[in-house]
Design a protein around this ligand. Structure first.
Ligand SMILES: Nc1nc2c(c(=O)[nH]1)N[C@H]1C(S)=C(S)[C@@H](COP(=O)(O)O)O[C@H]1N2
Ligand SMILES: [Mo]
Length: 205
């Protein structure tokens, strides 16, 4: 929805609303066209033959997947916006991968599981409440805008949690750990927010 602000100094996109009435662009964000690369440290080198994703912790079934097994799971697509805590947002990213809910159906987290720690090749971690992941648009993705993810953007597989700041979307994912108590990940230990909702500007604290 726009309100005829053309020529009055605010771009039409800035007025766009989500179906629930929130602005599409969260407070303090600005729109970019390209796709910035942001991470701490180097790009981890992983031999794809040795690559695996482990699902563990408070689960009924501990799981391990190699890349062929990931490809054999149902593949789903979602078009979603990115909101980075450093204030850039990128609209309409076409993601393809596997659904987090499907991984939960397979691994059966126990009732005690309340939070998830994403583990990555290279050592990065980030924490997300399980209720934020139990949505059909949370994916583990290998494809962006129709192209295989590049190494710098997290290949072969990264998290994609669109409703939270993008540091919660772990690149080079190696493990998903279900835990009871929330546990700060890499940036959270440096003061980033434990939850990270862009519309509440949960950047730090
Ligand atoms: N493994 C890993 N994942 C990570 C990071 C990182 O340093 N290491 N940085 C996070 C941050 S702060 C952001 S903004 C996004 C950036 O993703 P992009 O480089 O694909 O834009 O990745 C997130 N995932
Ligand atoms: Mo970030």
């Amino acid at each position: 929805m726009t309100f005829g602000t053309f020529g009055r100094g605010s771009s039409p996109q800035a007025d766009e609303m989500l179906p629930d009435g929130r602005p599409r662009l969260p407070p303090g964000q600005r729109l970019v066209e390209g796709w910035p690369v942001l991470h701490y440290g180097g790009i981890p080198q992983v031999d794809l033959a040795d690559w695996e994703l482990r699902v563990f912790g408070l689960v009924g079934e501990e799981l391990r997947f190699d890349l062929d097994q990931i490809r054999a799971l149902p593949q789903v697509k979602q078009r979603r916006d990115i909101h980075c805590v450093t204030a850039w947002s990128r609209y309409d990213n076409d993601w393809e991968g596997i659904s987090f809910q499907h991984l939960m159906e397979l691994s059966k987290p126990t009732p005690a599981a309340k939070h998830v720690v994403f583990h990555c090749y290279g050592g990065y971690t980030t924490n997300v409440p399980i209720e934020e992941l139990d949505r059909d648009d949370v994916l583990l993705v290998h494809t962006h805008d129709g192209e295989a993810l590049t190494a710098e953007h997290g290949a072969p597989l990264r998290g994609m949690v669109p409703q939270l700041y993008f540091w919660k979307s772990a690149k080079w994912i190696s493990g998903i750990e279900f835990v009871t108590d929330d546990r700060p990940g890499f940036w959270e230990m440096y003061g980033y927010h434990m939850h990270g909702d862009p519309w509440r500007e949960e950047r730090y604290g």
